[in-house]
Design a protein around this ligand. Structure first.
Ligand code: HEM
Length: 447
């Protein structure tokens, strides 16, 4: 770790910050700051707002594990998001803990009970795509990956209570609401009474979300049909005070489920096609693995653990195309990290995206190399050098579910289609790491 004895953080000056923002937006700013700081604790000078940028694995261990209780979700981003996702799973404190317990129970139960259904849903969604598109057709990657993911998660998340068409409408409205929060996240000091861009879209989208979800939740309560799915766990569960969750709380957690569970998976799958198209030799190996494991038939739950190369490819996609490019936290009390004083109330921006690019921990960090994820190489690495799913108390609860379903999707798609990505796709930092513009997939059926 770079040693600092002067108790001052490395600083990225305002003119560099503005230069980065002008040149390529927040991601360019982060990349410039990452290149300058090389893992040192860094203060970004944004004028009145001066967050600390945290990327070194030792510093991440301090913030997320050793002093996790001091670094909380109190920042502008989480407050703005709270308008959509409430104060349960996306919050802090006892309500978050109660919600997290329900999520873990519901997800484990749902993923286990619907394992066959998940694999069948992948097979159906891919077969439906094959039937719909003509040979050599071009499709929009994000739209198609979202469609497949939503079919796969519906039973596990909702016990298939939400008709597929409504599920698609709901996901679209949640995505609009989420994206329209960007200005509120960027300008947290502007009162709600003062209109900002995105406000109207947010209001319209939340009306759509509630219009779909609230009647559905009421019907589900009335039907009293409980299952092993996540929505049943929420409907049957209690909050931190032992009271049943209100309809509004259940609705907010379900919205959080869409944000956390489906968008990130669909985008990561999209980046997987981009990465494979850039590495045709690797794509051929992935195809051979799919053929060997699936044997020309539909995917089954047991296949996922045998798709070893595919899982390593997904892990490498998560490293280079890190969804959570910035994870903010607020310091509850003052602290010292590696000799640098952190005042109470300071904002810390953790950036797994930059950590995954530190040359001290990753040889040739920009090279796409799934070989980094063999057991031996994982064992030899700093445990906090890789954290696409976060770490500490808020670590992602959906990581293994993601790998399970995504490996089956990649195998089912590659065993049915040859997939080309005709134009170069560049990442853009929205709340998640999205492609700049549309990513086309050209699909040529293999049989
Ligand atoms: C590629 C896929 C995914 C990525 C990259 C991802 C990433 C992350 C990250 C970085 C966090 C930590 C946020 C923080 O520290 O504040 C997180 C939390 C979370 N994720 Fe995921 N996730 C993915 C898929 C999923 C799926 C499929 C589910 C649900 C089934 C899910 C549910 C959650 C939940 C509930 C949390 C919040 C946990 C808490 O605050 O206690 N995620 N995820």
């Amino acid at each position: 770790m770079p040693t600092r004895t002067d108790n001052r953080p490395h600083t990225v000056a305002l003119r560099h910050v503005l230069g980065g923002l002008r040149a390529g937006g927040p991601l360019e700013l982060m990349e410039r700051a990452g290149r300058q700081s090389q893992g040192a604790l860094t203060r970004l000078d944004l004028g009145a707002f001066r967050p600390f940028l945290v990327t070194h694995p030792d510093h991440l261990r301090h913030v997320l594990r050793d002093h996790g209780a001091n670094y909380r979700r109190g920042t502008a981003m989480w407050k703005a998001m709270g308008r959509l996702t409430g104060l349960g799973i996306a919050g802090e404190g006892p309500q978050w803990r109660a919600s997290r317990d329900l999520w873990c129970k519901g997800l484990a139960g749902g993923a286990h009970a619907f394992a066959d259904g998940t694999a069948a849903a992948v097979a159906d969604a891919v077969a439906e795509l094959e039937a719909r598109v003509a040979a050599g057709a071009t499709v929009d990657a994000v739209t198609e990956m979202t469609r497949i993911v939503l079919r796969v998660v519906n039973p596990v998340f909702f016990g298939s209570r939400i008709p597929q068409r409504e599920c698609d409408r709901l996901a679209a409205a949640v995505a609009v609401a989420f994206d329209s929060l960007l200005w509120r996240m960027a300008l947290p000091f502007v009162p709600l009474a003062v209109p900002l861009p995105g406000d109207r879209a947010f209001a319209r989208a939340t009306r759509t979300v509630n219009g779909i979800l609230l009647p559905l939740i009421r019907r589900a309560r009335h039907a009293r049909h409980s299952g092993p799915d996540l929505m049943s766990a929420l409907l049957d569960g209690a909050d931190a005070d032992g009271r049943a969750l209100s309809d509004a709380q259940v609705a907010q957690d379900i919205v959080a489920l869409f944000v956390a569970g489906s968008e990130s998976s669909a985008l990561t799958l999209t980046w997987t096609w981009v990465a494979l198209a850039e590495h045709p030799g690797l794509a051929a190996e992935v195809r051979r693995e799919a053929d060997a494991v699936l044997g020309g038939g539909p995917p089954r739950p047991g296949h996922a653990r045998n798709l070893e190369l595919t899982r390593r490819v997904l892990a490498e996609v998560c490293r280079l195309y890190t969804m959570a490019w910035a994870v903010p936290r607020a310091a509850a009390a003052e602290d010292v990290i590696d000799g640098v004083a952190i005042p109470a109330g300071a904002t810390l921006v953790l950036s797994p995206y930059l950590t995954h690019r530190l040359p001290a921990f990753w040889e040739q960090p920009l090279r796409f190399d799934p070989g980094r994820f063999t057991e031996e190489r994982v064992r030899g690495r700093h445990p906090l050098a890789y954290l696409p799913f976060g770490d500490g108390p808020h670590q992602c609860v959906g990581q293994s579910f993601f790998f399970q379903q995504a490996a089956l999707v990649v195998a089912a798609m590659t065993s049915r289609f040859r997939i080309a990505v005709p134009t170069r796709a560049e990442p853009r930092a929205a709340v998640a790491l999205r492609p700049r513009g549309r990513v086309d997939l050209v699909l040529s059926p293999r049989r």
